[in-house]
Structure formats: C-alpha cells, structure tokens
Write a protein that binds this ligand. Structure first.
Ligand code: PGA
Length: 253
C-alpha cells in the first residue's frame, strides 16, 4: 500500500536557532502516525546534521534535502553531493523543484542525473513537476507534466522506481495563495498515475505516492488529501508555522 506523506520544504528560510525550535515544536506537537503515514522535513543544507540529531528515535519523521548535485564529487565550489547528504542521514531528496528549474536552469538531463545520484546513494527522491500558468490557460498541462516525468525519471528500472515519490506542483499555485482546486489536483494526479502505469504497470503506479504542492494550508489540506490520487502534500510557506504544519499533518487522516 502506498504511503501518505506530508513534506515540509523550508526553502531558504530560518537560521540555525529558529530551525531547531521549529523541529522541536513539530516533534513535540506531532500526533503518533501509523506506519503508512510519514512526515519529511527538508531544511536548508546547513541545518541537516542538527535536524538529524533532533529526529533520532522518531520513527515517522524523516530528514529531507532540497537538492543535490548531479555529479558524485569534485571541483564544484559551493555544491553538496548526494553521498554527503546520505552521510548526514538524509532519507529523501527533493529534485526538480520549479524554483531550481527556473532560477538555476536545471533541465531534464541534469535532473535525471541528480535522481541517479540520490538513488545510487540509497535515498528516496521527491521528484517535482508542474506547469506554468500559460500552459494551464492553454489547457495543455497534461502533456507538459507528462514530458517532465518521462524525461526526469522514466530512465529508471522498475526496481529503482520504487524509490520515487512524485510531487505535482502547479507553478501558478506556489507561494501565490492560489491553490489548485481539489478537482484540478485529482485530475492531474490521476493522469500522472496513468502515465506511470503505462510505463511500469498498474501495481507500481498504485504503489507510487503522488503529493500535491502549491499554497497547501490547513483550510484546504483536508479537501485536497481527500482525493483518491492525492497522497499528501509538499508544503512550503505553511511548513514554517508549527500550528499550520501540524494541522496539515493531521489532515492525512
Ligand atoms: P507553497 O510552496 O506551499 O509556499 O506554495 C510549495 C512548494 O514550493 O513546495
């Protein structure tokens, strides 16, 4: 059975003290979840070792990273490798976030290499996809997202694909307060699942967690997560506020 996941992406927010406080508050406030539901916290790199030690012994909160480099090691000043993340006890790596694609020009070929690095190092990938507003307005979002998925993760073997979580994040909904409707999210998630089924078979598609991201908050999380193909969320802004994040965790049901 596929997992339900709420993942908090802090982006470039919170210093070391603030981060420790937030993790502590989540740790203390989180309900005990059954084994099919997990939480991922993805702080900036500099927090990772601190967050890992805070999470030691928590069996349903996992550590995530927001990115990794596409090469194994070498002269890449300022970068962090997947092996380093693994050594910091990172379990999940977010790859292909629209902000990385847009601001850092990460294209599909680079993202596929990043995915490989994360998997070779024994981590799970949260692979992001999602269309900009003009594509949604032209009603060509299904083909757009399908292409992102095929180019980024369909080179994987069926065995490797078991380590992939997909996050659908329409760009027009990220940080804008404008959320996809529950029906828009469900339609796209069902489409993504059918695309995965065509490549890897119905069982793999059924086992793949597909998260929604984009202005997910306590007031809409329940409705979004209530859809058959929405298996949780990738949360930005609301992951920085403990009460909001806890209530989104609770919305997993
Ligand atoms: P948001 O960000 O929740 O602030 O819209 C989501 C994301 O970018 O992962």
């Amino acid at each position: 059975m596929r997992k339900k996941i709420v993942a908090g992406n802090w982006k470039m927010n919170l210093d070391i003290t603030e981060g420790a406080q937030l993790v502590n508050d989540i740790f203390n406030g989180s309900p005990q979840l059954d084994e099919n539901k997990i939480v991922v916290i993805a702080p900036p790199y500099i927090h990772l070792t601190q967050t890992a030690s805070q999470l030691a012994g928590m069996d349903f909160i996992y550590l995530g990273a927001q990115n990794c480099h596409q090469e194994a090691s070498g002269a890449y000043t300022g970068e962090v490798s997947a092996a380093m993340l693994k050594s910091a006890e990172v379990a999940y790596v977010i790859i292909g976030h629209s902000e990385r694609r847009e601001y850092y020009k990460e294209d599909s070929a680079m993202l596929a290499k990043k995915v490989n690095q994360a998997l070779v190092n024994g981590m799970q990938v949260i692979f992001c996809c999602g269309e900009p507003l003009e594509i949604r307005d032209a009603n060509t979002q299904n083909a757009f997202v399908e292409k992102q998925i095929k180019e980024g993760i369909f080179h994987l073997s069926a065995e490797q694909f078991k380590n992939i979580v997909i996050a659908y994040e329409p760009i027009w909904a990220i940080g804008t307060g404008r959320t996809a409707s529950a029906a828009q999210a469900q339609d796209m998630h069902a489409h993504i699942r059918s695309v995965v089924a065509a490549q890897y078979g119905a069982q793999t598609a059924d086992d793949t967690s597909i998260l929604y991201g984009g202005s997910c908050k306590p007031s809409n999380a329940g409705e979004l997560f209530g859809n058959a193909d929405v298996d949780g969320g990738l949360i930005g802004g609301a992951a920085l506020k403990v009460a909001d994040f806890l209530s989104i965790i609770a919305a997993m049901g």
